[in-house]
Design a protein around this ligand. Sequence first.
Ligand code: RTP
Ligand code: MG
Length: 137
Amino acid sequence: MPVEETLVLVKPDGVARNLTGEILRRIEAKGYQLVDIKLVEADLDLLAAHYEEHQGKPFYEPLVEFMMSGPVVALRIAGNRSIEGFRALAGTTDPTTAAAGTIRGDLGRDWGLRVQQNLVHGSDSPESAARELALWF
Ligand code: RTP
Ligand code: MG
């Protein structure tokens, strides 16, 4: 079985708060391999493709605006079951209620803005990982 790869993004809030190292530390401590890394100023085309499943939802525009508010760190991560493994490390979408011990639960909170600023993105299936890795790398 080939080793599974996933796309992780440290979102602009994570980069601005200098949490990239802490987030990568947790990924490496879990035992996943860093395969590639890049600082990206995402443009509208990239984000429209990345978030195509969310187009038309009420949070779509604030989400894209947020993702363009500063640089993002894109990580290519490898390891068996890394897709579900990273989602478990990240915690649930809302950082206020994400479990303690997770990236979002330990490091995030509600900042009273129009979108959940929740520090990280992780691909949610093998199909989205392949699609998203091709977009960002
Ligand atoms: P992600 O895609 O970033 O890994 O997060 P996720 O699967 O947990 O969340 P998803 O439902 O895919 O939503 C994508 C991102 O949109 C923002 N969001 N804000 N109601 C809200 O304020 C809201 N809902 C979603 C979050 O940044 C979420 O990660
Ligand atoms: Mg998602």
